[in-house]
Design a protein around this ligand. Structure first.
Ligand SMILES: [Zn+2]
Ligand SMILES: [Zn+2]
Length: 163
């Protein structure tokens, strides 16, 4: 879905951002690292195409961390208030993962799946109709076709530009 301007930002107002397209997919991750990063039971993030994000304001960047799957990632946060804005996972070529709850209209993007539920807090009860994965999932099977098409098209354009 193009041409829908979606906005978000940090808690102090220094960082504001826009997405030029709706996120590809939204997931909640219950892995141990996400718990420590958030200080909470899980992260909610939305996968977006890297070229759909435009940011105003000063960001700081973490050192290289390892995500739940072991893949390296870097976290970007507001330089003034420390709100986490997005994560760049090396394994997710062409994509970024924006913190869903920093979107102004975040209620429109509930988690479509919960992942790494092997590490889910035992006192946290998810509804029966929630889709859970013990660890990671395969986007090719899990994502809606429209999102897969958009991602594929983007990667194709990107590699054509390089050649
Ligand atoms: Zn801020
Ligand atoms: Zn995680």
């Amino acid at each position: 879905m193009k041409n829908k301007s979606i906005q978000g930002g940090c808690i102090c107002g220094e960082v504001k951002y826009k997405l030029s397209e709706t996120p590809l997919f939204t997931q909640a991750c219950h892995c141990k690292d996400c718990k420590i990063l958030t200080g909470s039971s899980y992260i909610i993030n939305s996968s977006i195409l890297e070229n759909t994000l435009s940011i105003e304001g000063e960001l700081s960047k973490s050192i290289e961390l390892k995500g739940g799957s072991g893949a390296p990632c870097k976290v970007y946060f507001c330089a003034k208030c420390g709100t986490y804005i997005y994560t760049d996972y090396e394994s997710a070529v062409g994509r970024l993962n924006v913190r869903t709850k920093t979107l102004n209209n975040s209620n429109e993007y509930p988690p479509q799946v919960h992942i790494f539920t092997k590490d889910k807090d035992s006192w946290l009860n998810l509804k029966d109709d929630v889709i859970c994965f013990e660890k990671m999932y395969d986007p090719k099977i899990t994502w809606p076709q429209e999102s897969l098409n958009r991602y594929k098209e983007y990667l194709q354009n990107k590699s054509e530009k390089k050649n």
